[in-house]
Design a protein around this ligand. Structure first.
Ligand SMILES: Nc1ncnc2c1ncn2[C@@H]1O[C@H](COP(=O)(O)OP(=O)(O)OP(=O)(O)O)[C@@H](O)[C@H]1O
Length: 516
């Protein structure tokens, strides 16, 4: 599912457009709990201008304004035979390519439904969602901003590609989100996107969500890839942890946690974020896919082909927290070899032997050195040294018959401690604040150490991480010892939800495929 979404691949890590002003406005507003909106754009006959400029245009050009406002009447004055018909309006295509070649001309070559402005999506109860814009594209399809007259509000509708595999996986997304929303978070306190509706339109499964705003990657980009302030990183971390705690209780693994999948809420709740995109998610006891997670946020156990649990989301979370602070990904691996090489260098360690011994891909990245002694309890020891050593670039090339792809270095320092400690302080920060921030940075390093921990069994759970001084704001005095983990709640209701979905699928006459 992932390579799927590797926004990684072409991820723009430098430059970027947009104003730092917007971000500082966003950040300040968020910190103060105030509403913030990015600069708003409007369309005019002179191209795209902001609202203030647009107003000036109208004031200066009354003739143009008059013509545009009463254009039909004006045409009728010129030609009394003129009749206006909406059907004759040129269509504004929102989907590209816009040539209908599949599904009786409704879909393009990529199996995406061809959307135009004001296209109407209709659910099984004849409720209408009017498409106004496209918010984003992904592996699974397109996400459109729609007007839903019944509630007098905008919503986001994910229109899944008309292909069996995507359809089936999207049903999993529906199941998982419905259960999370209804059963585990009825009061909407855990920062998980709300699902409102789902239906089939022209053989496309459509999933209707609450409308959210910019994602965290875009937020960092607006800030020219400079990190966010520590108070904002702390605030976002707390919220994401609430979401991850819920997922753990429900026995669900997100499998694609990354800044692009964490969205700011709309102006109603400006400093709030929500986790989206459960299209790759799975239940902890059904981990069927081995190729998951976007590369920069991929955990060592997934990379090595070892069994995985909800702990893989905690690894991704650690990478996200570091990125929010640094403005750049912590492990921007250009290939899996490069990813592992960076992890080993920055963290100064490697996956534990018990993982390397069992993992399917160990021989791709490691060579076995030294003899391994089996202890009575089944553990393996090499007198505290590992029995495995990571391959050098040359050794990898000899084994794989190709050079490993190595990406650019973004940090001047080599390990986590020095990268965080030496990250430039904000300009003109008073000496006293520098001292305070340096203490919080120490807390951040300790926090990250518990998250980007090679050993999945030692990696902190959401509950354990949420008690860390970096999150609670308590003074950081010494290395954090996490409290014992709380017992897991059984995720029975997912099964119930799955049965509801099966009956939905059987009931739906418009179904394109025999799925179940
Ligand atoms: N609820 C929402 N409100 C606003 N925008 C949204 C919402 N959900 C999704 N989007 C936008 O649509 C994009 C694609 O959505 P999503 O990640 O769910 O699709 P996907 O096909 O699963 O993507 P991926 O290839 O990353 O797995 C997001 O990056 C985001 O910009």
């Amino acid at each position: 599912m992932d390579e799927v979404s590797p926004s990684n691949e072409g991820k723009d890590l430098g430059g970027g457009s947009g104003g730092a002003d917007d971000l500082s406005a966003a950040a300040m507003a968020a910190a103060a709990g105030l509403s913030w909106r990015p600069r708003q754009l409007a369309f005019s006959p002179y191209g795209t201008v902001n609202k203030v400029q647009a107003l000036r245009v109208v004031v200066r050009r009354p003739l143009v304004a008059r013509l545009t406002k009463d254009i039909v009447e004006t045409y009728q004055l010129c030609n009394p035979q003129f009749k206006y018909s909406e059907e004759l309006n040129p269509k504004r295509y929102l989907t590209s390519p816009s040539i209908g070649v599949l599904n009786d001309g409704h879909d393009n070559v990529n199996s995406d439904l061809i959307l135009t402005a004001n296209y109407v999506l209709i659910n099984s109860e004849q409720r209408r969602y009017i498409v106004k814009d496209v918010l984003g594209h992904g592996t699974f399809g397109q996400v459109a901003k729609c007007w839903f007259a019944e509630t007098n509000s905008f919503v986001a509708v994910k229109i899944i590609k008309n292909q069996p595999a995507y359809y089936q996986q999207a049903l999993v997304e529906v199941t998982i989100l419905t259960t999370l929303n209804k059963k585990y978070d009825p009061e909407d306190k855990h920062h998980i996107v709300r699902i409102y509706d789902y239906f089939v339109h022209q053989r496309h499964l459509c999933i209707c969500f609450e409308l959210l705003d910019t994602n965290l990657y875009e937020l960092i980009k607006i800030n020219h890839f400079r990190g966010l302030s520590l108070s904002i990183v702390q605030m976002f971390s707390k919220q994401i942890l609430r979401g991850l705690a819920l997922l753990k209780d429900a026995g669900i693994i997100h499998c694609d946690l990354k800044p692009e999948n964490i969205l700011l809420c709309t102006s109603v709740k400006p400093a709030e974020i929500k986790i989206i995109d459960f299209g790759s998610a799975c239940m902890e006891d059904r981990t069927v896919y081995s190729y998951i997670q976007s590369r920069y946020y991929r955990s060592p156990e997934v990379l090595l082909g070892y069994q995985y649990t909800t702990a893989i989301d905690m690894w991704s979370f650690g990478c996200i927290v570091a990125e929010l602070f640094l403005g750049l990904p912590l492990f921007p691996g250009a290939s899996e070899f490069d990813l592992l090489r960076r992890m080993i260098e920055i963290l100064g360690g490697q996956p534990p032997d018990y993982v390397l011994r069992e993992a399917k891909n160990t021989s791709k990245f490691f060579k076995c050195i030294g003899s391994v002694q089996n202890l009575e309890n089944g553990e393996v020891s090499t007198n505290s040294r590992s029995a495995y050593q990571a391959l050098t670039e040359e050794e990898y090339e000899t084994r794989e018959m190709k050079k490993p792809v190595i990406g650019k270095e973004y940090f001047n320092h080599k390990n986590l401690e020095t990268i965080v400690t030496n990250y430039p302080y904000r300009k003109n920060l008073p000496e006293e604040d520098v001292m305070k921030e340096s203490q919080i940075r120490l807390a951040l390093i300790d926090f990250l150490r518990g998250l980007v921990e090679f050993d999945p069994a030692k990696r902190w759970s959401p509950f354990q991480a949420s008690k860390h001084p970096f999150v609670t704001g308590e003074p950081f005095t010494c290395r954090y010892e996490p409290p014992p983990e709380t017992p897991r709640v059984c995720a029975k209701s997912l099964v119930t939800q799955w049965h509801c979905l099966v009956s939905f699928v059987r009931r739906t006459r418009d179904l394109p495929f025999h799925l179940l």
